[in-house]
Write a protein that binds this ligand. Structure first.
Ligand code: ZN
Length: 133
């Protein structure tokens, strides 16, 4: 068993491995594949196969700088929606505060609950915006 693990470690040495973009591509591939089976749509199956092959290519790639740059682009592109989901999750957990995201810099701002419509000044970029608490 140790021999297999050692061989696997040697094989993965210098390779990129998992990241956020790969995870999203794999989950999307699985969902599209299941939808393709349910809807009997071959195109969805092919799209999921392309996503799967590309995510495997990225996983085993030795061009670390390029894979890292791709992942950073993806994280920058999805920053707004990810922050909005995080703010919603924080709001659901915290009963005394509500969390909103700054429309300019996507900073999460905490507001006291039950004040109605308020004007918020973002602590990070000083941009004023309307928030509902
Ligand atoms: Zn801001």
């Amino acid at each position: 068993m140790d021999k297999i693990r050692k061989k696997m470690n040697q094989f993965m040495m210098g390779r990129y491995g998992p990241d956020a973009l790969n995870s999203v591509m794999l989950y999307t591939a699985v969902i599209l594949n299941l939808l393709g089976i349910l809807l009997k749509n071959a195109i969805l199956g092919w799209i999921s196969l392309v996503l799967l092959v590309y995510s495997l290519y990225r996983f085993f790639s030795k061009n670390l700088a390029k894979r890292y740059a791709e992942n950073q682009k993806f994280l920058d592109f999805t920053r707004g929606p990810r922050r909005t989901f995080k703010a919603a999750a924080l709001s659901a957990r915290d009963k005394e505060h509500t969390y909103v995201t700054c429309p300019k810099c996507k900073q999460i701002c905490r507001l006291p609950k039950g004040r109605g419509k308020v004007t918020v000044t973002c602590p990070a970029c000083r941009q004023p915006f309307e928030g509902r608490s």
